[in-house]
Design a binder for this molecule. Structure first.
Ligand code: TPP
Length: 629
């Protein structure tokens, strides 16, 4: 039997029998389960595509044929059989293998991904370039049924069907997004899977074809061709057929020979082809089959019991948001909640249970989620749209055009703002301050702790216009949560500590580190004010100007991109008022921050307490040098 560790590339799979590939699938599953139990990761999605990945790599010739994994969270088997098995234990660790495809890791990774529903567009672009350059290779996009619900996937299908280029779309249908899939398209796919009427029609067509008599060799060849094309031009995929695709399927996604056969056929078919593959999310690991949503993305867990290994920690910002929203909704019947396929990730499960009529999961459709919320607000409701910072990037125009232009009271609960950790570049919540700060009518806050998040939600509800609250992934700082949430003064920062040498103005999560840094500085004889900024917009200009005129040294700290971020807002304010001060800005660098633990990444970019203290010293030394010069 072939050993997983001996597979150095897809070439080593060639010639393996079905029995050998099946045995390899077992080894792959074991390796994935054991590794993810240590590192955390996207377990259930990966367990579902082991055979699918083996079949693709035995039929297609990567890297000259391009395999594009939508989202890329299901690429572990692909990584393991493309020369990365020896490093697989470093998955998602700082400096180790990424949990998503990365061209820097392997020529077999055709592009960087992490956000959903991009694969068909990029595959079509590559196929178009291939044709224009007169090159010959196959392009394959593998997309899940959840990812197919996003507008971009529809846009790409629409274009690809008409363009008619050779392109294979593999629809990996496990009937799940992270949780149960939402909407008309999933219902359609489910009918294809389960409605016997479809199979009857398919069987009828095939039976009729078998009766076509063969008359002479050329007629026989033609009849064979018609049989072939008609046989696979089966009724179930009529929607895809109408869009211009040849539909093949549905195929059992755990049957390697069946998959290999359909992929060979797809490779020979000209024009765009959609192969509909049915897989089981979590396949081969009972706890993941039972709870595919929990095991979609999971931290370290115990393999035997399937239970997460959790260190005791304060409630997460997400949990505090979820329970506070339920509390507010009890007294505010207009409050409704919107999620884009992330009800669990954004902490809305309890809200959905308590107020099913007021909860909307719109599928992976961030743009639609925002404009839908605009409609809700326009007609008198108070929608709260809970979306991760990185995925809200998709909705920039909807925020500008549909919400802010009309000054609609939509509350944006921006979870996973700042450094998110192990999911890396594609998931860091780096850009929300820059992409929101400049939009007229928008207010933007960031809590320093989980209790402040509660008050900020109450504040947002009291305001009559668009408001965004950005808060980090992970546990809060552990402050007490008792007492009702109350509205905070708008545009007012909080002076936490007064000092005479410089002022550290921190926003959100880094406030705690700024306080620690001020302690370290105090021990070195440096006296620092510390401000919890709370608001990016409106900014507490009075306090800022006062501090700038006072010590003349300001250090801003934020866990978002530096360009056009919070520090930039401070600099703009000083410039507008003609106040000269020495200002240093600590923020995320002008580069994509890779994966690692949040702590490691904060240290690496210098927004932990040591980094803040060092930057403060640097600022003061420059000042001393300047004075001497
Ligand atoms: C734009 C965007 N929104 C949300 C997500 C979070 N997300 C990652 S995977 C996933 C579900 C994907 O479902 P599907 O495509 O069916 O893949 P499966 O995990 O079921 O194999 C979601 C919502 C994302 N990666 N990108």
């Amino acid at each position: 039997m072939a050993q997983l560790d001996d597979i150095k590339g897809p070439g080593d799979l060639r010639g393996l029998t079905t029995a050998q590939l099946t045995d390899l699938a077992d080894q792959l599953r074991r390796r994935i389960i054991e590794t993810v139990a240590e590192t955390g990761g996207h377990l259930a999605s990966n367990l579902g595509v082991v055979e699918l990945t083996l079949a693709l790599h035995t039929v297609f010739d990567s890297p000259s044929d391009r395999l594009i994994w939508d989202v890329g969270h299901q690429s572990y088997t692909h990584k393991l059989i493309t020369g990365r098995a020896d490093r697989f234990a470093t998955l998602r660790q700082y400096g180790g293998l990424s949990g998503f495809p990365k061209r820097s890791e392997s020529p077999h990774d055709a592009c960087e991904t992490g956000h959903s529903s991009t694969s068909i567009s990029v595959a079509l672009g590559i196929a178009t370039a291939r044709d224009l350059k007169g090159e010959k290779y196959s392009v394959v996009a593998v997309i899940g049924d959840g990812s197919l619900t996003a507008g971009m996937a529809f846009e790409a299908l629409n274009h690809a069907g008409e363009a008619g280029r050779d392109l294979l779309v593999v629809l990996n249908d496990n009937s799940m997004s992270i949780s149960a899939n939402v909407g008309g398209l999933p219902s359609y796919l489910s009918r294809i899977r389960t409605d016997p009427a479809y199979y009857r029609v398919k069987a009828d067509v095939e039976a009729a074809l078998r009766k076509i008599p063969a008359v002479g060799p050329s007629v026989a060849r033609a009849a064979e061709r018609i049989k072939d094309s008609l046989k696979y031009l089966v009724v179930p995929g009529v929607v895809f057929e109408e869009l211009g695709f040849t539909y093949l399927g549905p195929i059992d996604g755990h049957n390697i020979p069946a998959l290999q056969e359909v992929f060979r056929r797809a490779r020979q078919t000209s024009g765009p082809v959609l192969v509909h593959v049915i897989t089981e999310k979590g396949r081969g690991y009972e706890p993941a089959v039972r709870e595919p949503d929990i095991f979609h993305g999971i931290g370290p867990f115990d393999v035997v019991s399937g239970r997460p290994i959790k260190k005791p920690s304060p409630p997460s910002y997400t949990e505090v948001f979820g329970s506070q929203l339920v509390e507010l909704a009890e007294n505010e019947p207009r409050l409704v909640a919107v999620t884009a396929a992330m009800s669990d990730g954004t902490g809305l499960k309890e809200f959905a249970r308590r107020f099913p009529e007021r909860f909307f999961d719109v599928a992976i459709a961030e743009q639609h989620a925002v404009t839908f919320a605009a409609g809700l607000a326009r007609a008198g409701l108070r929608p709260v749209v809970a979306i991760y910072s990185t995925f809200l990037q998709r909705s920039y125009d909807q925020i500008v055009h549909d919400v802010c232009l009309s000054r609609l009271p939509v509350i944006f609960a921006i979870d996973r703002a700042g450094l998110v950790g192990q999911d890396g570049e594609t998931h860091q919540g780096a850009f929300d301050i820059p992409y929101l700060r400049h939009i007229p009518n928008m207010c933007l806050m960031a809590p320093a702790d989980e209790n402040e998040l509660r008050h900020m939600l109450a504040t947002a509800l009291a305001l009559d216009g668009p408001v965004a609250i950005r808060y980090p992934r992970g546990p809060g700082v552990g402050v007490p949560l008792e007492g009702g949430a109350h509205a905070l003064p708008v545009g007012k920062a909080v002076l936490l500590r007064s000092g005479s040498d410089l002022a550290i103005i921190a926003l959100g999560q880094p406030v705690a580190a700024a306080l620690e840094a001020s302690e370290q500085l105090r021990r070195q004889g440096i006296s620092a004010s510390v401000v919890n900024a709370r608001w990016v917009k409106p900014l507490d200009e009075n306090l800022l100007l006062e501090l700038a005129r006072g010590t003349g040294n300001l250090l801003t700290v934020e866990d978002g991109a530096g360009q056009a971020g919070f520090g930039s807002a401070v600099l703009e304010t000083l410039a507008r008022h003609g106040v000269a001060a020495r200002v240093a800005c600590l923020a995320l660098p002008d580069e994509f921050v890779p994966h690692g633990s949040q702590m490691e990444l904060r240290r690496a970019v210098g927004i932990d307490s040591q980094g803040i203290a060092a930057k403060a010293q640097e600022l003061l030394q420059d000042r001393v040098r300047e004075r001497r010069a």
